[in-house]
Design a protein. Sequence first.
Length: 206
Amino acid sequence: MILRSRVQGFTLIELLIGMTLVGFILVLLFAGLNLGTRSWEAGEQRIAASSRQAVVVDFIRRTLEQAYPLRWRVEDEERLAFAGEAESLRFVGPVPMHGGASVNQVLILDLAGGETGRNLVMRWQLPDLREPGFDPAAAAEPKILIKGIERLTFSYYGTESDAEAPAWHDRWIEQKAPPDLIRLRLVMENGELWPDIVAAPRVRAE
């Protein structure tokens, strides 16, 4: 009598169920990996954006702190080279040049239209004491500092006369001395509110 052994294999249904489970596990693993990659890239973008913001904020603050109280003689009258408006600021301050040296130049900070919205730009030009004014700097090529701005507001803290207490002002025009503090507030087009940039000019007018 001959005994035959039968090898028990997988049925077609069992094979299909196994392949389905393996595919489901692979889909979950791929989705988790994709989510982790996107989270990593988003984190890197936030870090890069935060670093760029910190660099720009520090540059603007240092530029405002080094505002120089240059005086122009206009029609036999000395006038401070400082004109602060709500959305623009014109003053004299140092600009880094090639080789690391800084030279006092006429500076203008204001808004300018861009391809995707309004940008904070800076213009500068060497001052000409024979022809005082901000017109040469206004014609200079603008350099973009911050893109995509919805609203920009300059404010100036100080006393406009000896009889008044220090307060914040929207304008600082034809004053005898620079303000004690300069504040810049920025609201981006995406609704983001940047931290206030507050600077105290270090050099005071005599």
